[in-house]
Ligand binder design. Structure first.
Ligand code: GLA
Length: 647
């Protein structure tokens, strides 16, 4: 265990292993059976109380803690630590009836009703007041309970409601805008309201970007995205403030949702003591292992490289896809160990015991409907034993030499309706990540204004809406000897979503040695030179000032013979510009890695090799066995199996 391991008053030394535990859905005698099975499975932590508000506070201000007292004591007696939720994810009916104004409103004015979950508008004063009152009561009652391991604030913030267009949200939006712009003329300038007669004379006139007859103002929309992310964070912070006051020694987390578009997780991470994440890779999608790896790398990076907790995953099928494929034998273990390899100090699932009623009764659990005599429970036990044997990995770090920029405002801006072509921001990231993953190269994710200093290679793709400081941050990479790779639609706009004039790219023009004269969306095309072959989605008329042309477009009308990929050397460093999506993007990646001196291996399909601390994990996601060379060893790994090498 290193100094980075999560420290709690309990001094826990094992990895987290367990899941969401909702015993209030079951008669009391089932709880005893749960304890027996948890001990068998090696469960160390249970997340409790996530959806318990109505049970804990059955009437306004009237608490019923008896059952939770019993549960906390029971967990403690059985050696299971409590990741205690603040229970605020789903307000009770009495609160909705008393304050119907807490219900969220969609862009077209529809009010969302009680009967599902997360039916609150983040800006609601009534919601926040009642939520923090409950949090205080919980913190005062359980803050010194010996079972308490961590606070689990809310649950999957924004999962169902992350944009609320109510009048109360409008009021909050205006306050947020006044803080950002100071006066209305600055807002008019930022939002470009000279266009289409959208000028405002006072903040009171400004609304959320509700449904409009034609193209809603892009900067208004982008600011509303920023505001909405901040507004949800204000809910989180309100609860955290109470917890820090009442129980200062207890670590705090909230469960993220991987690459979730609607919250800028960079701005949330510092509020938490450790990052945790929920991830449900689709067992049917052959790309799931790669996509899961990318999300796990994001979580590690959000915590600055410190260990994180996989807070939820399914032991087998979920129930919320169109088609819910089960996980074949071995897959659950593989995806669990993938998290450990990529920096997690715990593996939790949704949920412990499969519900008998409610809309998640067909969601897999650690104890399925069939009970303990089942494939899933046997796998649950086996995984618990394996994680126990890996406990001393706690706190170990992964070292990445390559970083990819993840920028939420760019994600929001790139996918607005008024753009030159419908591009997916995640797809931009995935293309580069996939090529690196297949070559066994570990990647950190970084914020555009984050510290890029430790990386040999930095990739920014589709980072369209960047502030000047971020553009300069990127421009500094080749200057200090690193390799900077800039993919199309980066720094085309500033942070107000205004076009950067004179060839886009802002202060990246100089290090790249190019300017972009015209954007040229391409359905398909091809290039000659590096990464020779088909390209898709995008082209540009790139004018080279002082860069080497590595590849040119072939055909595609006016693009014929024009630069598609360029490189400008800067001493040991270089800046690459990639103006299209080459099918053979791996050739570009190999060139960049070679220039950076970063080693890579061509891995068999579906295989990943990841080093954390002194352990190397060889994970074979493929249904056939494989042999991989790791260092000077040939390692044979069976189908859907893992080898953990030490030293
Ligand atoms: C999310 C929620 C859980 C549960 C699972 C089902 O992760 O946090 O409460 O609904 O989805 O997959």
């Amino acid at each position: 265990m290193t100094d980075d391991a999560l420290r709690t008053p309990s001094g826990m030394t094992s990895l987290w292993y367990g899941g969401d535990y909702n015993p209030e859905q079951w008669p009391r005698d089932v709880w005893d059976d749960d304890m027996r099975l948890m001990r068998r499975a090696g469960v160390t932590v249970a997340t409790i109380g996530v959806f318990s508000w109505a049970r804990l506070e059955p009437r306004d201000g009237e608490y019923d803690f008896a059952w939770l007292d019993d549960l906390m004591d029971l967990l403690h007696a059985n050696g299971v630590r409590a990741d205690l939720a603040t229970a605020t994810a789903s307000p009770p009916k009495w609160l909705v009836d008393k304050h119907p104004e807490i219900l969220p409103v969609t862009a077209d004015g529809t009010v969302l009703s009680f009967g599902g979950r997360q039916h609150y508008r983040p800006s609601s004063a009534a919601y926040r007041a009642h939520a923090t009152r409950l949090v205080r009561a919980l913190a005062e009652r359980y803050g010194t309970h010996p079972a308490l391991e961590a606070w689990h604030v809310g649950n999957e913030y924004g999962c169902h409601v992350s944009r609320d267009y109510s009048d109360e949200s409008a009021v909050g939006f205006r306050v947020w805008l006044r803080e950002r712009y100071g006066d209305i003329e600055s807002l008019n300038a930022a939002w470009g309201t000279a266009f289409w007669s959208q000028r405002y004379t006072e903040f009171a006139q400004v609304d959320p970007p509700r449904v409009t007859p034609a193209g809603t103002n892009p900067t208004q929309t982008l600011d509303f995205d920023r505001y909405s992310s901040d507004e949800l964070r204000a809910c989180l912070r309100a609860e955290i403030a109470v917890l820090r006051e009442v129980t200062p020694g207890i670590p705090i987390t909230t469960n993220f949702m991987g690459f979730f578009k609607n919250i800028d997780y960079w701005t949330w991470a510092d509020d938490l003591d450790f990052i945790s994440d929920d991830l449900y890779p689709d067992p049917e999608d052959p790309e799931s292992p790669m996509l899961a790896a990318m999300a796990r790398d994001l979580m590690r990076s959000l915590g600055g490289g410190r260990p994180w907790i996989l807070m939820e995953q399914a032991t087998s099928a979920v129930n919320w896809r169109e088609f819910n494929a089960p996980k074949p034998a071995g897959m659950h273990r593989l995806l669990s160990l993938q998290s450990i390899a990529r920096g997690a100090d715990g593996i939790m699932q949704f949920q412990w015991r499969a519900s008998q009623a409610g809309s998640e009764k067909f969601h897999a659990a650690m104890v399925p409907h069939a009970g303990e005599d089942s494939r899933i429970f046997r796998e649950t036990e086996a995984l618990g034993a394996e994680l126990a044997s890996l406990a001393d990995i706690r706190g170990e770090r992964c070292e990445a030499r390559v970083a990819m920029v993840v920028d939420w405002p760019s994600w929001w801006a790139l996918e607005q309706a008024s753009m030159p072509s419908r591009l997916s921001y995640l797809e931009q990231l995935i293309r580069w990540y996939r090529a690196l993953w297949r070559r066994g190269v570990l990647v950190d994710m970084v914020a555009a204004t984050g510290d890029l200093g430790g990386y040999d290679v930095v990739i920014a793709a589709g980072a369209i809406s960047l502030e000047d400081a971020a553009v300069e941050n990127l421009a500094g990479v080749p200057a200090r000897g690193g390799q900077l790779v800039v993919g199309y639609q980066t720094a085309v706009l500033d942070e107000q979503a205004h076009a950067r004039l004179g060839g886009y790219l802002g202060s990246l023009q100089e290090p790249l040695g190019v300017r972009v004269e015209e954007l040229w969306p391409l359905r398909t095309g091809s290039i000659a030179g590096l990464a020779e072959g088909p390209v898709s989605e995008w082209g540009e008329l790139v004018r080279v000032r002082d860069a080497q042309v590595l590849a040119t477009f072939v055909g595609s009308d006016d693009l014929d013979g024009q630069p598609a990929i360029t490189r400008k050397a800067h001493g040991d460093g270089a800046a690459f510009y990639v103006a299209t999506a080459p099918e053979r993007i791996g050739a570009v990646v190999e060139r960049v890695l070679a220039d950076a001196g970063v080693p890579w291996t061509a891995l068999p399909e579906g295989v990943e090799v990841v080093t954390r601390g002194d352990r190397t994990f060889v994970l074979n996601h493929a249904p056939a066995s494989c042999t991989v060379t790791v260092g000077d060893r040939d390692v044979h790994v069976g189908p859907r199996d893992v080898m953990v090498l030490r030293g």
